[in-house]
Design a protein around this ligand. Structure first.
Ligand SMILES: Cc1ncc(COP(=O)(O)O)c(C=O)c1O
Length: 387
């Protein structure tokens, strides 16, 4: 039974906790899902890899999400078990035969991604040349504009995509194109460029039925990121400009869930401007390293006296590995001390999903918070920044 609290401060003041806390705000996730679905002119698939916690998946479903971008057989099993009415799509370009067979024959998966002719042949062979397949060809696109580029691993070039689409057309009931511009993409134009590239490939291949514009839409960690509507406008105008007419879908992860959870972590020790925490890069806080210090932080549980300055800190996780560091500046009150709790906001994406048990640090709690997502405005807004 997962317990609910009115907010992070109420939790850390009322409980003696050992280990970090994954604090989920299901209402925020449901609201975000409804808003994104209302703004996007096509199907919205949730990228399960981003956070597969049952609270998260169920909150998205309540918000209207029915399609899920699943990239492993385990993700498919999880979604099918929790949400039997949901539709899973196998959006990983390289899959095992066993995974394809189980997905197709046991879970009703029909939509598969490929970026190589051998993968297409594999799917045909395993599904016994089924006549209801939907095959999407993943195009390589530039990662420019994204904080986390996804180039260099998946996706084929236009000259490979065209024959692959022809081959897929001979086999499948529907064919489509897909791409991923990279995660936390801050440039709507990156989507427009990718749509234009997809349109050129589609024309050379005699048309496609579907276009999946992938994920990569940014979460509002700093508040300076372009809004989702700017990305939708860029996609719409590139579609209009190219005349590409087909069914549209997207598969966001972080956009849907980032503001739907916080991580609460305890300071084990303060040494100067370094805070040693009970959570880190091998736990729920990997993104503090890979995306850098842009997440909203605040102290919870011990009140911050008026006019207390904030100062920059470096953060360190609990393991013995020096990779387990999250260099700052992370701005927190100047009087931080051992025992203080920190709320790291906007941690719904790639947090608990990336947690390992490395070095024995796997203990954690999970709670529900009933308050609104915290986005870095008050109470820290009244604090003065020290040099
Ligand atoms: C194929 C695919 N789709 C969607 C996503 C979700 O991306 P994001 O969380 O940046 O929206 C990813 C992330 O790696 C991905 O690989």
């Amino acid at each position: 039974m997962i317990r609910s609290f009115s907010g992070a401060a109420a939790l850390v003041s009322s409980e003696i906790l050992d280990g970090p806390v994954v604090a989920v705000r299901p209402q925020a996730i449901t609201a975000r899902a409804s808003a994104v679905m209302a703004q996007f002119p096509g199907d919205v698939l949730y990228a399960v890899k981003c956070n597969d916690h049952p609270l998260v998946l169920e909150a998205l479903f309540r918000g209207g999400i029915r399609h899920f971008d699943t990239a492993s057989i385990q993700e498919i099993r999880t979604v099918r078990r929790l949400l039997p009415e949901a539709v899973c799509h196998f959006m990983h370009p390289v899959k095992s035969r066993a995974a394809i067979a189980e997905a197709y024959f046991e879970h009703g998966v029909r939509r598969f991604v490929v970026d190589h002719p051998d993968e297409l042949a594999k799917i045909a062979e395993v599904t016994k040349t089924a006549d209801d397949l939907e095959i999407y060809v993943r195009l390589a696109v530039s990662g420019e504009g994204a904080l986390l580029a996804l180039t260099g691993k998946f996706g084929c070039e236009a000259d490979e995509a065209v024959p692959l689409l022809h081959a897929a057309r001979r086999l499948a009931a529907r064919v489509g194109l897909t791409f991923h511009v990279g995660s936390q993409c801050l440039a709507p134009e990156a989507f427009a460029c990718a749509v234009r590239k997809a349109a050129r490939v589609a024309v050379s291949a005699g048309g496609v039925d579907d276009l999946d514009v992938g994920g990569g839409f940014p979460a509002a960690y700093t508040g300076n990121e372009p809004a989702f509507v700017a990305f939708v406008a860029a996609i719409r105008s590139a579609l209009a400009e190219t005349g590409l007419a087909c069914r549209l879908q997207c598969e966001p992860g972080r956009l849907l869930v980032a503001d739907g959870a916080s991580i609460l972590t305890n300071v084990e020790l303060r040494r100067g401007r370094s805070l040693y925490l009970n959570d880190g890069v091998y736990g729920n806080l990997a993104e503090l390293k890979w995306l850098g210090p842009q997440f909203p932080l605040r102290r919870v549980g011990r009140a911050v006296a008026p006019a207390t300055p904030v100062q920059p800190y470096d953060l360190f996780g609990p393991t013995c590995d020096s990779i387990d560091s999250m260099p700052g500046p992370h701005w927190l009150p100047a009087d931080m001390q051992g025992g203080d709790w920190i709320e790291v906001g906007f941690m719904g994406a790639y947090s608990n999903a990336l947690r390992t048990g490395f070095n024995g640090f796997s203990d954690h709690h999970c709670v529900i918070l009933d308050d609104a997502p915290w986005c870095g405005t008050p109470p820290n807004a009244g604090l003065r920044r020290a040099a």
